[in-house]
Each structure stands twice: as C-alpha cells, then as structure tokens.
Design a protein around this ligand. Structure first.
Ligand code: PLP
Length: 426
C-alpha cells in the first residue's frame, strides 16, 4: 500500500513487530554478532543483507534512510554524516580522475568549493552553467567524459529555481544522470524524480532536522537510470569491482540498487562519513513533523516577503513566491505548495543599514544557519563574504545591503512586527 507524504513523514521506514519499540530504536553499537564465520562471509560478499560494522550500515540509519527514500519516491537511500559528504559521494560515485561534471553555477558555497577546488584537485573538471541556461547552452557544456549534471532545486543562498525537466533532458540526451540537491524544497515541496532527476541529495541539517540539532546528509536513488545502457561511461557500476569480490553492481543490484550499494560498499567503506545512529534518531524526529513545519515555513516566508516588498527602506526582495520574482513561473511549476522559508532582500542603506537593522532585531538571531524552527538572519557582506569589497560584492551578485532571512515557525505577525521596528531604526 502506498501512503501520502504526510503519512510517510510520520510512519515511513519503520514498522515495529509485536512487542517491539514504537519509536525507532537507537542501535548504539559499532558491531554485530554472528554464530559462524560463514554467516558473516555472506555479508561481506553482499550475498546476504545484514549488519556487521556501523561504518558501513546501521539499522537506525537504515530505517531513517528508508523513510527518506519513500518520501522522495526513490528505490534506495543512505545517510551520510553531512550534506557535504552526501554531495561528494553522489558525484564521486560516478566521476573519477579525468572525468567531467556539468553543474549549475547557482549552488551552495560549500558545494561550489567542493566541486571547483577540492574535486578539481582530484582531477575531476567541472563546467559551470547558468541556472537559466537554454537547451543549446546546456548541450554546449557537455564533453565525451561528462559523467553527471548537478543543480539545486532552490539554490542556497541565491534562491534561484532549477528547471529540473530541462536539465534532466540535457543530461539524458548525453547519457548521464541528473543529481539534484533538494535540501531547501524538501520532498514535501518538490519531488525532483517526477521531473526526471535520477539522484537526489540532502543536507538533512536544514529543514529535515528542522530544529538545529544534528548535521547530516542523505542520498536517494530514483532507480531509473539504466547504467548498463551506458556501460562504457560508468565502468565503476558496470564492470567487476575487484575491491569487492568482483561484484558488478549494475548486474547484481539492477537499476534500483546499484548506485546506493556501490556508494555504501566503496565510498562509505573508504571515507567513513557515516551518520551516528543518535543523529539519525534526531533526524527522524524532525521528519515526523516535516510536512506540518514546511507549510508554516512557507506561509511565514510568503508573508514576510510580501511585507518587505512594499517597505520603503527595502531596495528589492528575492522570493520565488512573489509574482514579480524572476523564478515565479518555475516555482509555480515545481513548487506549487510553496518554496521554503528563506527570503533574501536588499536594504537601501547598504552594509551600514544592514548592521543597524540586524542589531535591532529581537526575534531573528544572527546565525550562519538557515532552515530551522527559530528565525535567523545573515548579512553576507559582514560575515561569510566579508573579505570582499562593495564592488566585488556587487559583481558577485551579493549587494552589501543584502540580508538572508530564514523564517522559522513563530507567528508571522510577530516576525513582521520585529522586522518593522528594526527597519524603522535605520
Ligand atoms: C547546507 C547545505 C549543504 C551542506 O550541508 P551540510 O549538512 O552543512 O554539510 C549542501 N547543500 C545545500 C543546498 C545546503 O543548504
């Protein structure tokens, strides 16, 4: 029986048997016991499924991963220690030294560094394309050694909306999968798989946790990409893995399981970026109310964006739920239930006005975080981007007076009152 997202948020991934714990048990154990070496050998050969060492798999994590897979409509999923690890694993599971990636230029700064700096040092080159690229511009970015396309449903912090269908079509025309970081939209707001994405990643640190308690990540496979049809491009999935008893993942686990099994058996084995079972438990508590919280985050984001857009001290607002926003049409298509609680706006008085404004806020705390229950804000010019001059900031599309506000779950009237009094102080 298939359930609606609201039900999956609450009950997906774990169904206790008679007399078993109602809540997901935290299996706080590094290792698991077997009666015979033969039993354990079958696990190492991936002949039987089961647990032997938490660096590879842990039952608590698997319950939560199964819930996220169900929420996204995927066939397999895994948790990672952070969103950074999720994006690195998703890309490195496909691209090796000498390979190439096509990536939207409108992505999270940490992911940009990972791809443009660290993965470049590993010999993986990337062509960045505008999130607004046309089909022809996208096609021009591909090379024979391109192995994946990457973008964010709603980009952090630029708040651009990815044309998932267009990017997926370009990827598939070149025989490679589209990986979408669905962190800001969450599966409550958007199902990238329905629009052609093949792999979805998450920083579960944001809305999925939603309470600012645990850093984490997740990778989900739609189970649709036919690796064997492009076997020459993906030897890691389509030829025997000598480091894993000669298994050919795409043959043994099919489209549904090959990607996540390889990612676990090779990358988690070698890099060890596992999420702790305790954090997976916290993450699950967040997921239980994700559908209820996202509706409120979106409602507050929309109300705050509308208030700011008419305020005389505000030069401009970026929120894809505003009819004047350049991404309004894409948001109507991909995010019909609302986008997220993050709103960007520029104050007319630049860096100084932003300083006064933020000093006077009472509810919105100054934090580098986004997407949790408590409203928070950041002025990139005086924090994350403080090494840049006003001119450099303008060139990077981040005006000195820009404030990124992450609307929490408080009363929208209180949030607006707080913003109003802080704006009056400028
Ligand atoms: C925060 C974030 C990441 C990185 O996740 P961490 O959990 O901080 O490692 C990746 N992608 C997006 C869109 C993010 O917002």
């Amino acid at each position: 029986m298939s359930y609606r997202p609201e039900t999956i948020c609450v009950q997906g991934g774990y169904t206790p048997g008679n007399g078993e714990p109602r809540q997901i048990p935290i299996i706080q154990s590094t290792t698991f016991k077997y009666a015979t070496s033969e039993d354990m050998g079958k696990l190492f050969d991936l002949e039987a499924s089961g647990y032997f060492y938490t660096r590879l798999q842990n039952p608590t994590n698997d319950y939560v991963a199964a819930k996220i897979a169900a929420l996204e409509g995927g066939t397999a999923a895994m948790l990672t220690s952070s969103g950074q690890a999720a994006n690195f694993f998703a890309l490195f599971n496909l691209a090796n030294c000498g390979d190439h990636i096509v990536c939207s230029s409108s992505i999270y700064g940490g992911t940009f560094n990972l791809i443009a700096v660290t993965m470049a040092k590993m010999g993986i080159e990337t062509t960045f394309v505008s999130p607004d690229a046309t089909e022809e511009e996208l096609h021009a970015a591909f090379r024979p050694n391109t192995k994946a396309v990457f973008g964010e449903t709603i980009a952090n912090p630029a708040l651009t909306v990815l044309d998932i269908e267009l990017f997926a079509k370009a990827a598939h025309d070149h025989g490679v999968p589209l990986i979408v970081d669905n962190t800001f939209a969450t599966p409550v707001g958007c199902h990238p798989f329905e629009w052609g994405a093949d792999i979805v990643t998450h920083s579960t640190t944001k809305y999925m946790d939603g309470h600012g308690v645990a850093v984490g990540g997740a990778i989900v496979d739609a189970g649709k990409f036919d690796w064997m049809a492009y076997a020459d491009k993906f030897p890691g999935l389509c030829t025997p893995d000598e480091s894993y008893h000669g298994i050919t993942y795409a043959e043994k686990f099919g489209k549904e399981g090959a990607f996540i099994t390889k990612c676990t058996a090779q990358l988690m084995r070698d890099f060890g970026s596992i999420q702790s079972p305790q954090n997976a438990f916290y993450l699950n508590l967040g997921l239980e109310s994700l559908h209820v919280r996202m509706a409120r985050h979106c409602e507050n984001g929309q109300a705050v964006a509308e208030f700011l857009s008419t305020h005389p001290k505000v030069a401009g607002v970026r929120y894809c739920g505003l009819p004047g926003d350049p991404y309004y049409a894409l948001a109507q298509k991909y995010l019909p239930k609302g986008s997220c609680g993050v709103v960007s706006f520029e104050l007319k008085g630049g860096r100084e006005a932003a300083g006064i404004f933020m000093r006077n806020l009472k509810l919105a705390a100054i934090e580098t975080h986004v997407a949790d229950a408590r409203t928070c804000c950041l002025n990139p010019a005086s924090s994350t981007h403080r090494q840049l001059t006003d001119e450099q900031l303008a060139a990077a599309g981040i005006p000195a007076g820009l404030v990124r506000l992450s609307c929490g779950l408080e009363s929208k009237e209180d949030l607006i009152d707080d913003l109003r009094q802080a704006l009056e102080a400028i």
